[in-house]
Design a protein around this ligand. Structure first.
Ligand SMILES: [Fe+2]
Ligand SMILES: [Fe+2]
Length: 195
């Protein structure tokens, strides 16, 4: 059995069915985007399977794991919604012996992102946003853009999620803002207005 399928089977026993299907969809999308944008498709698929490994943990458990593994607190606190990427990477590395650091980086950064993140991490981040079961305003346009420009699609997705978070009164992670600035600079645009 290929490695990704073994991990998919472990994931299936760990998370809800919708989460499991989402993860399979991210894996497929990440595989295709990796082929399109010159990242390692097998690694992208594996990162897609594993990215939400810690997504369904209660906040208290996420907080305990974040302290145990010395993970930095996010602007919004030690909440699963913000920290499940770094927590998943820590569990996989420290408890399950998973040692592909490129895949772990993609898992760690799939929610907040970070400037300078690898192409593989970018592909997985974008796959999470545009996989076929996602439904939100503008996702069709994003799917089209994802085939034309990795950076432009990421910038558009990031901008709309930042706008949404702001409308909810949520704090925005500095790393997400710096990533957006990097993406905009890379496209020869000046940093876009976010309001
Ligand atoms: Fe996630
Ligand atoms: Fe996800």
């Amino acid at each position: 059995m290929p490695e990704w399928l073994e991990w998919a089977e472990r994931l299936r026993r760990r998370v809800s069915l919708p989460r499991y299907y989402h993860s399979l969809a991210v894996a497929d999308t990440a595989f295709l985007l990796a082929e399109r944008w010159g990242a390692d498709p097998e690694r992208a698929r594996l990162a897609g399977i594993l990215h939400d490994w810690a997504r369904e943990l209660p906040d208290e458990e996420t907080a305990a794991l974040a302290r145990r593994y010395d993970l930095p607190e996010r602007a919004g606190g030690f909440r699963t919604a913000l920290l499940h990427g770094p927590v998943a990477a820590a569990i996989l590395r420290e408890e399950l012996g998973f040692d592909d650091e490129a895949v772990l980086e993609a898992i760690e950064l799939h929610t907040v992102g970070r400037p300078g993140m690898s192409r593989l991490a970018r592909v997985v981040w974008l796959a999470d946003a545009v996989e076929p079961t996602r439904e939100y305003p503008g996702v069709e346009e994003l799917r089209r853009t994802a085939c034309e420009s990795l950076e432009e699609a990421m910038a558009a997705a990031l901008r709309s999620s930042i706008r949404f978070l702001r409308s909810q009164g949520a704090l925005i992670e500095g790393d997400s803002l710096r990533l957006l600035a990097e993406l905009d600079a890379g496209q020869g645009r000046k940093p876009a207005m976010l309001h």
